[in-house]
Every structure is written in structure tokens, then in C-alpha cells.
Design a protein around this ligand. Structure first.
Ligand code: G3P
Ligand code: CA
Length: 242
């Protein structure tokens, strides 16, 4: 298996949930696969367990990634309930024992080893104290300057901005671009991470005129990605394009 090569121009390419076109999403193998390729960044989704551990998984539960074998709500249970689960490979087999739900520290240490920017999505609405704990945890690993934070929750972005005046923080949206969104981004010194289907060249130019960087997700099609490059986007998030 290999990735689809594109002419990425100025756009920095981010491997979505690790290189999830090739390896099980949000696992160490997916992060290492991205680490070994030309990606600028590696995206991952973080949740906090009932006992305060930061774990990397997209959904609130283990249901989908275990094909229904385990139905644990990760935020309502302790880490010990999910740490030993072997996730099925993309072909459904469980022969490999390295496909597991990683901790934040494991993900960041892979980003650090391979010199990749960590694009960390704060998946659910975190309390202000959990945001503080998350930032302290990343600072303790010495990687805070190499993390771009993303979140659909404006409150998470605002709480991160209070602690991290210089960091790149991107508000995720599924909506069309509006003047309200632009105002919110400017007021809070945020960038934008938007569904790529909602983007136009005019929207990218408008965002850039306000000094707002533009990330877009999740584009796996070569022709669409090259069109986004022509629009001048700053980042493209993808499962497979390199
Ligand atoms: O990179 C942004 C993208 O990850 C947001 O959507 O559902 O894949 O987390 P989702
Ligand atoms: Ca995500």
C-alpha cells in the first residue's frame, strides 16, 4: 500500500488520525506510518478518561473501532478498561498486537521522534481545568511549541488561547464561512479548519486578508487537493494524500 502523491505547493499536508488510509486510525502504527513519510503534521483526537488520563480515540466509545466487541464510553470509565484492548486491523484481523488505543504521551513522542507537528483535536468539551492539565502535560513533554490545537468547541479554543497566547489554535467548522465566524476568529486570534467542500478561492482570500490561516479536512482526492492548493490553503488534512 502507498499514498497518493500530489503537488502540494505551499500547503502543508496533515495525516488525519495518523496515516489512516493505511493503518487503523489514531494508533501508534498510523502515527509511525505518517512519521516515515513526508507529512508536515499528524492529526489525532484526544479524550480524557474518568481517572484523568488523556487518550487518543475519535469516538466517545470503543464501539466502532472494535467492530462492536467493546462498547466502553471512554470518558465515563477509567483508563484500565480500555488500555489493553486490541483493535482490529483494517482487514478485520487481530493478529497484530500493536494496534491499541494510545495515550497522548505515546502520540506526542512519535511526533517528536519524527519531527512532525502534532495537530491535536480536543474532541469533547473539556473543563477549563482539564484544558490546563492538557497544556501542562504537553509542556512537561517539551513539545508545546510543536502542537497546533484544533476543536469544534469554541470554548476549548478560547480556554487554550488564554493559556497559550502564541500557539496556533484552529476552530473547526462544518459550516459555510460567514462574517460571524471571521469576527469570532479575529476576536480570539484563531485560525480556521473547515470542511474542504465549503471552501472557495474567494473564502481563502478573504480569510487571508484577515491574517487567518486556512486548514481544511478531510480531502482524499488528488484533483480536489490540487484545487485546494491552487486556492492557496495553508494546510490540507487527509487520510492518504502525500
Ligand atoms: O482534522 C479535522 C477533522 O479531524 C475533524 O473531523 O470527525 O475526523 O475528527 P473528525
Ligand atoms: Ca479529528
Amino acid at each position: 500500500m502507498d499514498t497518493v502523491k500530489i503537488s502540494s505547493g505551499q500547503a502543508k499536508i496533515i495525516a488525519h488520525r495518523g496515516l489512516s488510509g493505511i493503518e487503523r486510525e489514531n494508533t501508534c502504527p498510523a502515527f509511525v506510518a505518517a512519521g516515515n513519510r513526508s507529512y508536515f503534521g499528524i492529526e489525532a483526537d484526544v479524550h480524557i478518561t474518568k481517572d484523568g488520563k488523556f487518550i487518543i480515540i475519535h469516538d466517545e466509545t470503543t464501539n466502532r473501532v472494535t467492530a462492536g466487541v467493546h462498547k466502553i464510553n471512554v470518558e465515563r470509565t477509567t483508563h484500565s478498561k480500555s488500555e489493553n484492548i486490541i483493535l482490529p486491523d483494517l482487514d478485520g484481523t487481530t493478529i497484530r498486537k500493536d494496534i491499541k488505543i494510545p495515550l497522548l504521551d505515546e502520540y506526542l513522542s512519535i511526533c517528536k521522534k519524527y519531527g512532525k507537528t502534532a495537530v491535536l483535536e480536543v474532541k469533547s468539551l473539556f473543563s477549563e481545568s482539564d484544558i490546563k492539565k492538557l497544556v501542562l502535560n504537553i509542556k512537561a513533554l517539551g513539545y508545546i511549541e510543536n502542537v497546533i490545537f484544533i476543536s469544534f468547541a469554541l470554548e476549548n479554543c478560547i480556554n487554550l488561547r488564554k493559556l497559550l497566547p502564541q500557539s496556533q489554535i484552529q476552530l473547526l467548522t462544518k459550516r459555510e464561512l460567514t462574517s460571524d465566524i471571521i469576527r469570532t476568529l479575529c476576536e480570539n486570534k484563531l485560525d480556521l479548519d473547515i470542511n474542504y467542500k465549503k471552501l472557495t478561492k474567494e473564502a481563502v482570500d478573504l480569510l487571508h486578508s484577515h491574517k487567518i490561516r486556512v486548514n481544511c479536512w478531510t480531502c482524499d482526492n488528488k484533483a480536489d487537493a490540487e484545487r485546494l492548493v491552487d486556492y492557496g490553503v495553508d494546510f490540507i488534512t487527509t487520510n492518504i494524500l502525500e
